[in-house]
Design a binder for this molecule. Sequence first.
Ligand SMILES: O=P(O)(O)OC[C@H]1O[C@H](OP(=O)(O)OP(=O)(O)O)[C@H](O)[C@@H]1O
Ligand SMILES: Nc1ncnc2[nH]cnc12
Length: 175
Amino acid sequence: MTVEQIKATIASIPDYPKPGITFRDITPLLQDGDAFAASIEYFAERYRGSQITQIAAIEARGFIFGAALAKALNCGLTLLRKPGKLPGEVLSQRYQLEYGSDELQIRADSLDKNDHVVIIDDLLATGGTVAAAVQLIEQTQASIQEAAFLVTLDELPGEQKLQQQGVACYTLCRF
Ligand SMILES: O=P(O)(O)OC[C@H]1O[C@H](OP(=O)(O)OP(=O)(O)O)[C@H](O)[C@@H]1O
Ligand SMILES: Nc1ncnc2[nH]cnc12
């Protein structure tokens, strides 16, 4: 399956969840077994044979792709979660969203300087979410290989924001 065919399974919903926002809906992609499997295989091909120890996945939609990719690569899965979901000592980072603000947390002991991490999320918009993820992972001393997304919204500054943080970016589908 080509990237264009995968992209064609993503729906565009105008004015959701607020007027002026075009929501890129990945649920039809997930319901298409061939498209879901192919998207994971594109990510896996890119990282197979590299020194990655952990896939760091962002709640919630990032977990879907992160879990499947970690399984495909036989490496660990580190969860970046919304507040109040992780036990023990956590590191926290607040961030702005395209439509609101939120906070991400990581377990303080989940990564260390020996880890080589790929961050994964379903979608890059303003870059606020992944910027918070980068800040959290940097605090653990782990190294970040790159951040990977199923979708990047080209009209928003997510890629520039990642570039400013010195983190490379890989995207399957662009809108
Ligand atoms: O680049 P940004 O502007 O930060 O936006 C991208 C983030 O927004 C969405 O998550 P959302 O917070 O809606 O949560 P969900 O995955 O739990 O639906 C998406 O899954 C990304 O994580
Ligand atoms: N336009 C959008 N579509 C889907 N998910 C999003 N997360 C942030 N912006 C989004």
